[in-house]
Design a binder for this molecule. Structure first.
Ligand SMILES: [Zn+2]
Length: 61
């Protein structure tokens, strides 16, 4: 029983590390900051973040 519980926990941890589609570049993008001014680009951008991992991307408007 105890051993099963531990292996289950490890499995869950492993799955959390394994980001599934994220590791193949298919992130679940969500808008983080809409119409943010990016001084580097010199224009408004929308910042997207993945809801499953810390990935971020910036899209110029
Ligand atoms: Zn992701």
């Amino acid at each position: 029983m105890t051993a099963e519980l531990i292996s289950f926990k490890m499995e869950k941890k492993k799955r959390a590390k394994n980001l599934g589609l994220c590791q193949h570049g298919f992130h679940k993008w969500e808008v983080d900051q809409k119409k943010q001014f990016d001084p580097k680009e010199g224009k408004l951008v929308t910042v997207y973040k993945c809801s499953k991992c810390p990935a971020k991307k910036v899209k110029a408007i």
